[in-house]
Design a protein around this ligand. Sequence first.
Ligand SMILES: Cc1cc2nc3c(=O)[nH]c(=O)nc-3n(C[C@H](O)[C@H](O)[C@H](O)COP(=O)(O)OP(=O)(O)OC[C@H]3O[C@@H](n4cnc5c(N)ncnc54)[C@H](O)[C@@H]3O)c2cc1C
Ligand code: SF4
Length: 512
Amino acid sequence: MACVRLILGDQLNERHSWFGKVDAKVVYVMMEVRSETDYVRHHAQKVVAIFAGMRSLAEQLRKNGHQVRYFKISDKDNRHSFAENLRLVFKEVKATRLEYQEPDEYRVDQDLADFAKTCGLPAAIKSSEHFLDERKGVAQHFQPDAKRWLMESYYRVVRKRSGLLMDADGGPKGGKWNYDHDNRKPWKGKPALPKTWDFNHDHRNLWTEIQAAGVKTFGEPSAENFPWPENRAEALKQLRAFIAHGLPNFGDYEDAMNTTSDRLFHSRLSFALNVKMLSPQEVAAAAVARHEAEPDVVPLAATEGFVRQIIGWREYIRGVYWAKMPSYRDGNALDHQVALPKWFWDGQTKMNCLRCSIGQSLTTAYAHHIQRLMVIGSFCLTAGVNPREVEQWFLGVYIDAFEWVELPNVIGMSQHADGGFLASKPYVCAASYIGKMSDYCSDCVYDPKDRLGPKACPLNALYWDFWLRHQKRFANNPRIGMAVRQAMAMKPAEQLAIRKKADELRAKMDNI
Ligand SMILES: Cc1cc2nc3c(=O)[nH]c(=O)nc-3n(C[C@H](O)[C@H](O)[C@H](O)COP(=O)(O)OP(=O)(O)OC[C@H]3O[C@@H](n4cnc5c(N)ncnc54)[C@H](O)[C@@H]3O)c2cc1C
Ligand code: SF4
């Protein structure tokens, strides 16, 4: 007589109510399986980080007296599928019941639901006790047939419900809900960057085991000085360090990019959050507490900007995912068909902004939001790269890439492939934006001021070509109509020259 409880690799929440008391009739099952390592080619650090986190949780649970059946990637009896391993455990422990926590990924959700129906045992699905809202919360907030769901409207409701940064009279603290406009400074070397608070784990043995099992990855494993947290205690250290040293300047420099720092003042908490070592509520509350204790050091704008990412964007993105899957992943509203350039896999392009952002992503499995959106994403969108190829690249490369959060960010926010359902405008830029927000252009072979010459920055022709190609769709969009009208006001010869230059760039995309 035993209840088997399955814990997935992104369900490393030590504080889940399951673990509140030890029950001799409960067996926890955790597994490192090829079905999960192989559905897309992952960055080496992502596989190592998830397995290290799983092993750490298993050890913690055992120490606390729980029974854990753990399948390592190298175990001979590992059948490398959730269903097959579960059937094996059912026999071993004479199981009478299956329980699992709500998966966050559509594919896994479907697979486990199918298995639960056919496994011959009563099965129950439990909350992962992580998110602030239900899967259906976002969908219930909006009209089902609305053309777009604006994050801001949902954010206000969640903010009120959470009580974070709210005045006693029920209004937003400081009188404004959103301080985004105050958060757009470039960083020119000051204020000083905080010292890194990354970890330095030695995961060489685990990495050898992963390789020996034949798992195909890419990127730098960093096995000797592995930076990501293994468990909640480490994730909490990471949170505290960010609140102490990063948050004060997070807002001002949220959109800045610089070759001397991968992260600037960003938290790098997305991995710990997405595998549930930390809860969104505690992360947002820690930021608010610091602001309330020291409002002169941690301004309201920085705090609100950070809180909005966690309780606004993150929850909203998840709600869109659950409302729109599975068809959402096939969106290609702009009919973009260009193949992903080869240099996405080695960073070898002459465009310095892309070389730095992609190179950094391949080395560290991390890039901050503006690198993802305004450098890599904007390039793909203006070049017309197929959004599904872009999405698969993002899913493999980032340490925090789990489909529920990655897919709507790529398909919706970055590639406008959902026709503008999630983002009210396409996020695209030319060299002027990159030059303003970063130091990338100062060391680039291309000329950021030129559009058409042999040394012209490719982003310029691609940017104007994007508006010319899609002028009908965007001319009346109040958020970007100006740019479209500017493109349309160009002389016909100039328009033609831009279109021709952009086509030439597309024709030699692997070598620019
Ligand atoms: C094209 C694209 C792909 C992305 N893919 C992912 C992904 O696979 N996984 C992922 O967690 N985030 C993704 N994001 C959102 C965001 O870029 C990352 O969460 C962030 O860069 C992680 O770094 P950080 O922890 O230093 O974030 P910070 O800048 O310190 O922000 C704090 C936290 O806010 C949350 N957050 C911020 N923006 C978003 C957002 N748009 N959606 C959801 N959560 C957000 C994250 O949990 C993040 O840790 C993507 C964004 C874009 C534009
Ligand atoms: S000149 Fe163009 S390609 Fe080079 S770094 Fe600047 S924006 Fe990027």
